[in-house]
Design a protein around this ligand. Structure first.
Ligand SMILES: [Zn+2]
Length: 191
């Protein structure tokens, strides 16, 4: 989605009359990053209009992106970790973003996904959102499914009918064993 939107932005840019700004060839890293920022801004503008209602402290950074001010600001780490980008739950951008992280990390489970996403983003009700998206993953569902098993079959009649000793005999064989003399022997057990 980010790359597609980056191509759209490239097209819009190239439609301008200023030929100095004309771009061609593959997308640059800056264009992809700009596309991601624009998509985040759009998502936040549409789906997070009421910032005051949140229990956590938020602020707008230099790129006009809404971020959460976490309690670990004194930690020596990347700024995106202690001030993650706020994203709404159950919105298409968030869903696509979660799915891409899930695929890139070999269909990781909820806890791994939470820690991976938390490095940069703060998704509202993240665990619930992750659970619903991961439950829809067809590949994960295929690996989680239990193999079919049949119930216990009834014992044959000769094992459940009263009879005289050694009237019905079962044989178990154990071996090969070696005697001290070097001879080979087998154990036969009649039950
Ligand atoms: Zn999966």
């Amino acid at each position: 989605m980010i790359r597609v939107f980056a191509w759209v932005l490239r097209f819009v840019n190239n439609c301008h009359k200023d030929y100095n700004k004309y771009k061609e060839h593959e997308l640059s890293v800056a264009e992809v990053e700009n596309s991601e920022k624009q998509l985040i801004r759009l998502t936040q503008t549409y789906y997070l209009p009421d910032v005051e209602s949140f229990k956590f402290v938020t602020f707008i950074d230099n790129d006009n992106i809404l971020r959460v001010k976490s309690k670990i600001t004194e930690r020596n780490d990347e700024s995106s970790f202690f001030c993650p980008i706020l994203l709404p739950d159950k919105r298409e951008f968030t869903k696509l973003f979660i799915r891409s992280i899930h695929k890139k990390n070999c269909h990781a489970g909820i806890q791994i996904m939470q820690s991976l996403i938390r490095k940069r983003f703060w998704i509202i009700r993240d665990r619930k959102t992750l659970k619903s998206i991961l439950n829809d993953c067809v590949i994960c569902a295929r690996f989680k499914v239990k193999s079919q098993s049949s119930g216990p079959s009834p014992l044959p009649s000769y094992r459940v009918t009263d009879c005289a000793i050694f009237e019905v005999v079962g044989i178990d064989l154990a071996g090969l064993l070696f005697l001290k003399t070097g001879e080979k022997v087998w154990i036969t057990l009649f039950t």
